[in-house]
Design a protein around this ligand. Structure first.
Ligand SMILES: NC(=O)c1ccc[n+]([C@@H]2O[C@H](COP(=O)([O-])OP(=O)(O)OC[C@H]3O[C@@H](n4cnc5c(N)ncnc54)[C@H](OP(=O)(O)O)[C@@H]3O)[C@@H](O)[C@H]2O)c1
Length: 300
C-alpha cells in the first residue's frame, strides 16, 4: 500500500494534502471523487471492499484494513452509516497523532463522546454535518457544518472545502450535529407540509406539476420568517410589528382543517402544529406571532 504521508515531498507526487477516507458508500464516494478530482492523494477503506472500486478506478489507493488506512495519513475522514459504525470501524485502531474528521450523521451527545474518546486515544476530532445530497457534492450549494477543534478546522480548511463549503459553528464538538439536526428537522417539517399539499390536490384539476410550480416560490418566500422568529427570540418582543397575529392564524387554520376533511385527507401532519397554536392562543397570546410556540415545545 502507498503511504501518502511519507511520500508527500517526493517530486513525483502532488503537493495537495493526502488524506484517508473510511466509508465509501454513496456519500463517501461523492466526497472521494471531489478530492481525487482536485488532486488530493486519497487512501480509502470500506467494510465491503468492492465498494471502493469506483474511487480506486479514479486513482485512490485501497487499504487492506481500517488500521492500515488510518496509518497512511494524518488527516482521516469518516463517512459511515451512523455513530455505531464509526465505533466498530475505529475499534482497536491506533489513532495517535491523527486528525479525525467525522462526517457521519449523529447526535450532539454522540459527537461529544466520540471527541472525548478520540482525545483519550491521542487524536483530535472535528465533527461535521453534511448539508447536501451526494449529487450536490462539489457544487456551490453544498456545505458542511463543523464543530470541535478550531485548530484542526483551520489547518485542514482548504482540503475540507474541496467537496463542500465548510462552515465552522463552534468549539463544542456537539454543535455541528445539533445544527445539522435543527436544519434537517426544519426540512422534514417542510416535507410534511409538501406531502399534505399534494394529498389535498390529488385527483383535482390542479396537476401535481402546477402545484409544485406554485408551492416552491411560496415556500421560498415564507421561509424568511425564520429571521423574524430569531429576532423575537433574542429581543423577547413577541408583539411589535406583528402582521399575522396568532388569533388571526388560528381562525385561518380552521379553514385548512375543514378543507382537508372536504378533500378526504388526513390532517395528521397539520394537527400537532395547529394544537400548539391553539394552546398558545388559549394562554392569552393572540396578539403575538408564532415565536411563543418555541417555548411550548421546550416545556416538559
Ligand atoms: N446520502 C445522503 O443523502 C446523505 C446526506 C447527508 C449526510 N449523509 C450521511 O453520510 C453518511 C453516509 O451516508 P451514505 O449515503 O454514504 O450511506 P450508505 O451508502 O448506506 O453507506 C454507508 C457506509 O457505512 C458503512 N457501514 C455501515 N455499517 C458499518 C459498520 N458496522 N462498520 C463499518 N462500516 C459500516 C457501509 O459499509 P458497507 O459498504 O460495507 O455496507 C458504507 O460504507 C451517513 O451518516 C448519512 O447520514 C448522507
Amino acid at each position: 500500500m502507498t503511504d501518502h504521508s511519507l511520500s508527500a515531498d517526493s517530486p513525483t507526487t502532488t503537493s495537495r494534502t493526502p488524506l484517508t477516507l473510511l466509508g465509501t458508500g454513496t456519500m463517501g464516494t461523492a466526497l472521494g471523487r471531489a478530492w481525487l478530482a482536485a488532486g488530493h492523494p486519497l487512501t480509502v477503506w470500506n467494510r465491503t471492499p468492492q465498494r471502493t472500486a469506483a474511487l480506486t478506478a479514479e486513482g485512490a489507493v485501497a487499504a487492506g484494513s481500517a488500521a492500515e488506512a488510518v496509518a497512511a495519513n494524518r488527516l482521516v475522514v469518516t463517512c459511515l452509516l451512523d455513530d455505531a459504525s464509526v465505533g466498530d470501524t475505529l475499534e482497536g485502531v491506533d489513532l495517535s497523532g491523527r486528525d479525525l474528521v467525522d462526517l457521519t450523521t449523529g447526535t450532539p451527545a454522540e459527537a461529544r463522546a466520540r471527541s472525548d474518546r478520540a482525545k483519550a486515544r491521542g487524536a483530535r476530532l472535528l465533527d461535521g454535518g453534511i448539508m447536501a445530497v451526494p449529487p450536490m457534492i462539489g457544487t456551490p450549494g453544498a456545505f458542511v457544518l463543523y464543530s470541535g477543534h478550531r485548530a484542526v478546522f483551520e489547518e485542514h480548511r482548504d482540503v475540507l472545502g474541496v467537496p463542500a463549503r465548510p462552515e465552522y459553528v463552534g468549539a463544542d464538538p456537539g454543535l455541528a450535529a445539533l445544527a445539522d439536526v435543527a436544519l434537517l428537522s426544519g426540512m422534514y417539517g417542510m416535507f410534511a407540509g409538501i406531502t399534505h399539499a399534494f394529498a389535498l390536490v390529488d385527483g383535482s384539476d390542479l396537476a401535481p406539476g402546477d402545484l409544485a410550480a406554485l408551492l416552491v416560490p411560496w415556500l421560498n418566500a415564507m421561509s424568511g420568517m425564520a429571521h423574524g422568529t430569531a429576532e423575537r427570540l433574542v429581543s423577547g418582543d413577541r408583539t411589535t410589528g406583528v402582521v399575522s397575529n396568532l388569533a388571526m392564524q388560528v381562525a385561518g387554520v380552521g379553514t385548512l382543517l375543514r378543507t382537508a376533511e372536504e378533500q378526504g385527507v388526513s390532517a395528521a401532519l397539520l394537527s400537532p402544529y395547529v394544537d400548539l397554536m391553539r394552546r398558545r392562543l388559549a394562554d392569552g397570546h393572540g396578539e403575538e406571532d408564532t415565536t411563543g410556540l418555541v417555548g411550548l415545545l421546550r416545556a416538559r
